[in-house]
Design a binder for this molecule. Structure first.
Ligand SMILES: *[C@@H]1O[C@H](CO)[C@@H](O)[C@H](O)[C@H]1NC(C)=O
Ligand SMILES: *[C@@H]1O[C@H](CO)[C@@H](O)[C@H](O)[C@H]1NC(C)=O
Ligand SMILES: *[C@@H]1O[C@H](CO)[C@@H](O)[C@H](O)[C@H]1NC(C)=O
Length: 179
């Protein structure tokens, strides 16, 4: 074989290898973009696979409400939680400091005393919103039974019944954003 032929062979091999690598990288990218689009297509919840399992009873879905003051749509959430097993969920509310959820401020008993005691003053679009979400998550993480976390605002409404959402979230290891 001439030197020229050997070089040509090497060249072909090199092209083949880099093409293969490109295709693999592309497939990998496809995989990533697929999970990204799945990510952006569903409810806003954060699920966790690696949480401690030292709790008794059912795993819970933690509903974390970040609200300005009261919950105007509390009656809808009241109906929603009415059909749930009380051991299957927990509720945490971050409202403005000092705001109390009781019979004078909410129509749903599910929200009584669910306001965080360490809530902070939140300005829309400021980092204080993230701080408030962290406080909510921190409170929810204190209960190891909380295995799924749903971040909500005061304008969110439940579109499905409790058991549907519970089973859906418990069956999925994914996080969902913005539905
Ligand atoms: C894409 O993901 C699937 C499963 O999620 C996996 O089996 C496959 O190997 C991945 N493909 C690449 C190129 O990483
Ligand atoms: C909840 O909703 C699902 C689907 O929308 C339905 O199949 C199921 O019967 C409902 N369960 C209850 C308890 O209403
Ligand atoms: C409560 O949790 C149990 C165990 O995970 C489940 O079988 C049951 O359907 C849940 N109840 C509701 C109303 O979602």
């Amino acid at each position: 074989m001439s030197v020229r032929n050997v070089l040509w062979l090497w060249w072909k091999l090199l092209v083949l290898v880099s093409l293969t690598l490109c295709v693999l990288a592309f497939l990998k990218l496809q995989n990533y973009s697929l999970s990204d689009s799945e990510l952006s297509s569903s409810t806003s919840s954060i699920s966790s696979r690696s949480r401690a399992v030292d709790y008794t009873g059912n795993p819970k879905v933690a509903f974390l409400f970040l609200v300005r003051r009261n919950l105007p749509l509390d009656f809808l959430w009241g109906n929603f939680f009415e059909n749930a097993d009380t051991g299957n969920f927990s509720i945490y509310v971050h409202s403005e400091p000092g705001f109390v959820f009781d019979e004078s401020t909410t129509r749903s008993t599910f929200f009584f005393n669910r306001q965080l005691t360490n809530s902070i003053k939140v300005a829309w679009g400021e980092s204080s919103m993230i701080q408030a979400e962290k406080l909510l998550l921190g409170a929810a993480l204190d209960d190891p039974a909380n295995q799924r976390f749903v971040l909500l605002s005061d304008s969110c409404v439940p579109l499905y019944n409790f058991s549907f959402i519970y089973n859906y979230l418990m069956a999925s290891p994914r996080s969902f954003v913005d539905r």
